[in-house]
Ligand binder design. Structure first.
Ligand SMILES: [Zn+2]
Length: 324
C-alpha cells in the first residue's frame, strides 16, 4: 500500500464513526472540538480517552496509548499493522455494500407474495411503514449476480457474510431490515433459526436519531414490535434487538437528557422478559432516568398484542398503568 493509499484510508474513515461503531461514546466536550470518553483499550472508570475529530487522532491519559485510526485498530483488535489495514478496508467497504444489498432486497419484496403475506400475518401492512423501515426480502440465489455486476468480488460478499461460499444468499427466505452497519433477517421458514445478523456488533438502538429528542421513549425487544407500534401512531418507539442492551445502546439512553423510558419487553411464560425489563429499569433509574415497565397481557409481546386485535388506545392505557 502506498503512502497515498494509507492517507486516503485514514481520511475516508472518520475516527469518531469507527469508535462509535465499536461501542465508544463521547462523554465530555473539551477545547478545540475534542472529546473525552471512557478508554476502550483499557478498563477505564473515568473518561481518560481524548479524541480529536479534526485530526483523526486519539490519546489515552490512562494507558498512555495514542495515534491514528490504524494504531487504534491494531490495539483494539490486537493485530499487526497489515491485518489492521485489512480490517479497516473491509469496514470502509461495508457501508455502501449494505446499502446496495438493502436496496436490492427492497426491490424484491413486492415480487414475492409469500413475503408480503408474512408481513401481513405479523400485522405489518401499510406502505408507509415498509418505506419507513426499508423492509426487503431475500428470495435467495440472486444477490451475488446483482452485486458482482456492480463490481463487488465474490470474496468480499462472502467475507461480509452476505453470500455463502457456494454463492447463495445467506439471508435466503428472510424478511430483511437494514440496521446501522448490519442487517437483520427474519426467517419465513420454521426450519431455519428465526433470527439472523451479519457477524459483528448489532449496533445501536434502532433509528435512535429519530427518537432521541422525544421526552418519552418506548423501548421494545424486536423489530416487529417496533413496526406495529409505529404503524399504530407511536413514533417515539425504538428497539434493542433482544432484551439485553449492549453498552453502546445503554449509553444512548443515558446521554444526559431527561427522559422517560417505557420498557416494553415480552411477557414470556418463563418470565425472562419481565426480569430483563426489571433489571434494565433499575439500571436506568440509577443513571437518573425515569424508567417504567409496561406490563403486557400474559404471553404477549407488543407485536402479538396488536396482531390479536389490540389497538393504540388500549396500548396507551398500558403505558399509563406502567409500573415504576
Ligand atoms: Zn486507555
Amino acid at each position: 500500500m502506498s503512502r497515498k493509499e494509507l492517507d486516503d484510508l485514514k481520511q475516508q474513515i472518520p475516527l469518531r464513526d469507527y469508535l462509535e461503531a465499536h461501542d465508544w461514546r463521547p462523554v465530555r466536550r473539551v477545547s478545540r472540538g475534542r472529546w473525552m470518553g471512557l478508554c476502550p483499550l483499557h478498563d477505564d472508570h473515568q473518561p481518560s480517552f481524548l479524541m480529536d475529530p479534526s485530526k483523526n487522532l486519539f490519546y489515552c491519559y490512562g494507558c498512555g496509548r495514542g495515534g491514528d485510526i490504524i494504531r487504534f485498530a491494531e490495539i483494539y483488535h490486537q493485530v499487526q499493522f497489515p491485518r489492521a489495514l485489512a480490517l479497516l478496508r473491509q469496514w470502509r467497504g461495508l457501508g455502501p455494500l449494505l446499502q446496495e444489498t438493502a436496496s436490492f432486497y427492497r426491490m424484491q419484496l413486492h415480487r414475492h407474495g409469500e413475503a408480503v403475506a408474512y408481513l401481513h400475518q405479523r400485522g405489518l401492512c401499510t406502505p408507509e411503514l415498509i418505506e419507513h423501515m426499508r423492509i426487503g426480502y431475500a428470495a435467495g440465489g440472486c444477490l451475488r449476480g446483482w452485486l458482482t455486476r456492480l463490481g463487488y468480488p465474490l470474496a468480499t460478499l462472502c467475507q461480509a457474510g452476505l453470500v455463502s461460499t457456494a454463492g447463495y444468499d445467506t439471508y435466503m427466505r428472510r424478511i430483511v431490515f437494514p440496521l446501522e452497519g448490519n442487517l437483520y433477517g427474519r426467517s419465513l421458514s420454521t426450519a431455519s433459526p428465526p433470527h439472523r445478523f451479519l457477524p459483528g456488533a448489532k449496533g445501536g438502538l434502532y433509528l435512535w436519531e429519530q427518537v432521541r429528542l422525544c421526552p418519552e421513549v418506548i423501548l421494545v425487544e424486536g423489530l416487529f414490535d417496533s413496526a406495529v407500534l409505529w404503524q399504530a401512531g407511536f413514533r417515539n418507539v425504538t428497539c434493542s434487538l433482544g432484551s439485553h442492551l449492549n453498552a453502546y445502546q445503554f449509553r444512548q439512553l443515558c446521554d444526559g437528557s431527561a427522559r422517560t423510558v417505557y420498557v416494553t419487553f415480552d411477557a414470556d411464560t418463563n418470565g425472562s422478559g419481565e426480569q430483563a425489563a426489571q433489571r434494565l429499569a433499575r439500571r436506568l433509574r440509577e443513571q437518573g432516568l425515569n424508567a417504567c415497565r409496561v406490563c403486557l397481557p400474559d404471553k404477549h409481546d407488543p407485536n402479538s398484542f396488536f396482531v390479536q386485535g389490540g389497538n393504540a388506545q388500549q396500548f396507551q392505557c398500558l403505558l399509563e398503568e406502567a409500573q415504576a
